[in-house]
Write a protein that binds this ligand. Structure first.
Ligand code: HEC
Ligand code: HEC
Ligand code: HEC
Ligand code: HEC
Ligand code: HEC
Length: 378
């Protein structure tokens, strides 16, 4: 009897660990995707892993009230916190899987709201949504089939979970929109809005940000490629994305124009902290001539002055580049034969002026990251 109770207690203890760290199981069968995910901002979106998020949270009025209102998007997998059973503490979920694998894979639909959208999760246990064009519309339950009296064994699906390929949101990117669409402050002002314009673009959130890269999607199923899971614009992986920002040069009377074509279906860097820049220089007779730097940002505030996001009620200025926009920047330097024009388009994670105000000093946040670069020989 005693042994039974001990065994039962042990079993209960282990299932509890499994239940609190959801990614632990996924990791054993999807090691490549798990490794990528660990570099993504989805595994670092808590105040304990993202010091920028922390700097803003530390001065946010909600902190004084003791309510971590950011949880629904930044740490939805800390279920005890979401359900009000525990406070914000640096537990394993906050540290390693604030947005867990299954959190994303169980989003059934998105409920639209003016303040911010809401993710509606499926209640079916161990049923994950995914995308596969060849299997679109089907649902796969794990089964082991025997053929010819057991001489051939065929396997389909996963030995751990069912897969539902019929959810459109995993093909067109709607599953991202519960967290990424927009966010209003208490004044009803949109502090961030991706302003998605799908129009007739063939690309989606998924095809651009989760394009197929080398490596098998699961141990038990050899596939040449899998969907990229390391979303993080602090990485050099932006090579996957830089092809969607096209730079070109056209001569004009008295100078030239640089055109930036944004093929993304959303505003580039709409967040209040970001700053994008175009930097242009000319190589002439082994000298480098630096031309003006053009900045692109959406600056928000009150009474005509920039302010913290929770105080803002209007746009002070907005030079951010919108979905599908071609932005033309004029330069009044006349180009000469054999000039080389060097054009760089890039961004700061935190606008250096704002970084000083917030006391953010780490390099990854305050260095200029080049997204795309081109040389034009005249
Ligand atoms: C015991 C091994 C195992 C575990 C544990 C496991 N998976 Fe899987 N999973 C598989 C296999 C095998 C496939 C491929 C099935 C197929 O394509 O027929 C798969 C497929 C998937 C797919 C769909 C892939 C596609 O074809 O689009 C998703 C999504 C997924 N797993 C998510 C997860 C998540 C999230 C977890 C953790 C909660 C997890 N898996 C845990 C083995 C596992
Ligand atoms: C509706 C969902 C949602 C809510 C609620 C939310 N955020 Fe976010 N937050 C996001 C998303 C999505 C991003 C990433 C957007 C991007 O990179 O364009 C983000 C990014 C950030 C960033 C930039 C982080 C970085 O490393 O660059 C900060 C700072 C931030 N949020 C602060 C907060 C704070 C503070 C709260 C709570 C008071 C909060 N957010 C609530 C969705 C949300
Ligand atoms: C549960 C909410 C949630 C969902 C669903 C979600 N994201 Fe995120 N995502 C976030 C948050 C929060 C951040 C920012 C974390 C931070 O900076 O602290 C983020 C960061 C990112 C970033 C990196 C931005 C940066 O600052 O490096 C990209 C790219 C991204 N998400 C794309 C996607 C795509 C594509 C999808 C859909 C497949 C998606 N996300 C689904 C919440 C979510
Ligand atoms: C045609 C390709 C394309 C499509 C479609 C696309 N994006 Fe992007 N996205 C980009 C590029 C390019 C960038 C800037 C590259 C970078 O930041 O490294 C970007 C940046 C982002 C960022 C980071 C912004 C920041 O300041 O932190 C987020 C978050 C994001 N996209 C989410 C989405 C979501 C959600 C969708 C679907 C509605 C989507 N993207 C659709 C190309 C695309
Ligand atoms: C931000 C949301 C998000 C997170 C977090 C996330 N996934 Fe995914 N995952 C998706 C979407 C959307 C797809 C569909 C992309 C496609 O197949 O084109 C996908 C595809 C997959 C696939 C199929 C790959 C393929 O090439 O078809 C597997 C397997 C998978 N995910 C496992 C995982 C595992 C394991 C984790 C955690 C380590 C995880 N996912 C975390 C959104 C997410």
């Amino acid at each position: 009897m005693k042994i039974w109770i001990t065994l039962l207690l042990l079993l209960a203890a282990t299932t509890q660990i499994e239940a609190t760290l959801e990614n632990r199981t996924c990791k054993t069968c999807h090691p490549i995707i798990y490794q990528e995910y660990q570099n993504s901002m989805h595994s670092r979106s808590s105040i304990y892993r993202d010091s920028i998020h922390k700097s803003v949270w530390d001065i946010h009025p909600a902190k004084q009230k003791g309510k971590y209102s950011c949880a629904k998007c930044h740490t939805p997998s800390d279920h005890n916190l979401i359900e009000g059973k525990s406070k914000l503490v640096n537990n394993e979920v906050q540290l390693t899987e604030p947005i867990s694998c299954q959190q994303c894979h169980m989003i059934k639909s998105i409920e639209e709201h003016t303040k911010s959208n809401k993710n509606i999760l499926t209640t079916k246990p161990k049923t994950f949504f995914s995308a596969d064009k060849a299997l679109k519309g089907t649902k796969i339950e794990f089964k082991e089939e025997s053929h010819f009296f057991g001489m051939l064994k065929g396997k389909s699906g996963s030995p751990y979970h069912d897969i539902d390929y019929s959810n459109e949101g995993y093909y067109n990117g709607d599953s991202c929109m519960g967290c990424h669409s927009h966010k209003q402050n208490d004044k009803g002002f949109a502090i961030c809005d991706l302003e998605v314009k799908q129009e007739d673009s063939k690309e989606s959130c998924i095809s651009c940000h989760m394009s197929q890269v080398q490596g098998s999607l699961a141990n038990q199923k050899e596939s040449a490629t899998h969907a990229f899971h390391g979303q993080n614009i602090r990485n050099s992986t932006s090579a996957l994305l830089s092809k969607y920002i096209k730079l070109s040069l056209e001569k004009s009377t008295g100078g030239f124009n640089i055109k930036i074509k944004n093929e993304a279906t959303h505003t580039l860097f709409p967040q209040p902290l970001r700053l994008a820049q175009l930097r242009v220089s000319i190589e002439r007779d082994s000298k480098t001539i630096e031309l003006k730097t053009e900045s692109f940002a959406r600056i928000i505030g009150t009474n005509g002055k920039p302010s913290m996001p929770w105080l803002a009620d209007s746009i002070i200025s907005d030079t951010s580049i919108k979905a599908h926009e071609i932005r033309k920047v004029k330069y009044d330097t006349v180009l000469q034969k054999e000039d080389t024009v060097i054009v760089e388009f890039g961004y700061y994670i935190v606008n250096p002026k704002v970084a000083t105000k917030l006391g953010i000093t780490q390099k990854s946040a305050t260095k200029f990251i080049v997204l795309t670069k081109k040389r034009f020989s005249i």
